[in-house]
Design a protein around this ligand. Structure first.
Ligand code: GDP
Ligand code: MG
Length: 177
């Protein structure tokens, strides 16, 4: 398939937000490259990766942005959010503080984007069941209250990683098509 045949193409910007070390970069590398890094270090500057998905026979390019460490300074710039059609808001199920901060991230997201942005709450590191501090139910009910999609994921063992990104991509597609 090519442009010459009149195939529609879509490019969706998606941002990943949430506290430091919840696994944002690893979720992206697991999804885009099927890679996991146990010792990943925050790099400086904003980065994104592009991933192609086919929905209803149409090629969708998801341009997925990673904060690349800005979140340590408690401010992600408005340029980061600009033009985003979707967002994954990530916490770590083994650290309650990262769940408590979800409200803050949601405020920031809301102040930079309109209500049509597809939003998913992601409880990452669900492989760490033995040190869990946030229950599945808590994640679910927060998501319900805030009108977010919700999944628990593991970038380590791949649980729900593809599904999380692709639910957001599909929702964006439904919103724009
Ligand atoms: P970021 O700061 O949110 O981008 O987080 P990173 O992706 O850099 O991950 C922070 C740390 O958590 C790293 O040591 C990762 O190896 C680890 N990590 C990320 N995702 C998972 C996961 O799903 N399970 C486990 N057990 N560790 C993870
Ligand atoms: Mg990172």
């Amino acid at each position: 398939m090519s442009d010459d045949e009149g195939v529609e193409e879509y490019l969706f910007k998606i941002v990943i937000i949430g506290d430091s070390a919840v696994g944002k970069s690893n979720l992206l590398s697991r999804y885009a490259r099927n890679e996991f890094n146990a010792h990943s270090k925050a790099t400086i500057g904003v980065e994104f990766q592009t991933q192609s998905v086919e929905i209803d026979g149409k090629e969708i390019k998801a341009q997925i942005w990673d904060t690349a460490g800005q979140e340590r300074f408690r401010a992600v710039t408005s340029a980061y959010y600009r033009g985003a059609f979707g967002a994954l808001l990530v916490y770590d199920i083994s650290r309650r503080a990262t769940f408590d901060n979800v409200a803050r991230w949601l405020d920031e997201l809301n102040s930079h984007s309109d209500t049509t942005v597809a939003r998913m709450l992601v409880g990452n590191k669900c492989d760490l069941e033995n040190v869990r501090e946030v229950t599945l139910e808590e994640g679910k009910s927060l998501a319900e209250a805030e009108g977010l999609f919700f999944l628990e994921t593991s970038a380590l063992d791949s649980t729900n990683v593809r599904t999380a990104f692709e639910m957001v991509i599909r929702e964006i597609y439904n919103n724009v098509s």
